[in-house]
Ligand binder design. Structure first.
Ligand code: FES
Ligand code: FES
Length: 208
């Protein structure tokens, strides 16, 4: 099968590679970009382990072909932390023991990012509904719900603090993803290019 050239951005870094049209986006991210934080469980859209953000919205990367993401801006779990400093959502999962084996966690985290963008002050019921598309076989979900509630509080407090120092409040979408980042725009270590020695090549440095 002929290869197709694919260029996309992941966590602020541009990758170009060649892949068969049938290659899934999840496989391209893991094998060609070398970003293995995105996990594959069911590989047919049920478990949510492969959830990433594509142009700011969650998608199941096992259900998309890589060629469909041509030119897209992707965020994977590697794009959340700022070096050794966890994103507030990751920190909340850590603090509230919201993971055991951790296999489902990248998908839950990315779902939580979008969920709290859309609903910064959710009720417990809304959290349960918002995460209903992600499956965990270890935790029983209780601590995940607690973690998301805690993350919402942390992000709300951070957003309030930023508002005090700005003349205009940032958008909610900016709030959740901006929280852990350095103010000078320096990319997180996790955003710097990683190469597997395979097809994808970084074309330009991170521009965040
Ligand atoms: S691996 Fe994609 S939804 Fe399960
Ligand atoms: S922590 Fe093991 S599947 Fe969720």
């Amino acid at each position: 099968m002929p290869l197709r050239r694919i260029t996309l951005r992941v966590n602020g870094t541009t990758y170009t590679g060649e892949a068969e049209p049938r290659k899934t986006l999840a496989d391209f991210i893991r094998e060609d970009c070398g970003l293995t934080g995105t996990h594959l469980g069911c590989e047919h859209g049920v478990c949510g382990a492969c959830t990433i953000l594509m142009d700011g919205q969650t998608v199941r990367s096992c259900l998309m072909f890589a060629v469909q993401a041509e030119g897209a801006e992707l965020t994977t779990v590697e794009g959340l932390a700022d070096g050794d400093r966890l994103h507030p959502i990751q920190q909340a999962y850590w603090d509230h023991h919201a993971l055991q084996c951790g296999f489902c966690t990248p998908g839950f985290l990315m779902t939580t990012v979008e969920f709290l963008n859309d609903n910064p002050q959710p009720t417990e019921r809304e959290i349960r509904e918002g995460l209903a598309g992600n499956l965990c076989r270890c935790t029983g979900y209780q601590n995940i719900v607690k973690a998301v509630a805690a993350a919402a509080s942390t992000l709300a407090a951070a957003s309030g603090a930023r508002r005090e120092t700005r003349t205009a409040a940032p958008s909610r979408a900016t709030d959740v993803m901006a929280a852990p980042r350095k103010t000078d725009g320096t990319p997180a270590a996790s955003q710097r290019p990683r190469h597997s020695g395979k097809t994808a090549k970084r074309r330009s440095g991170p521009k965040r």
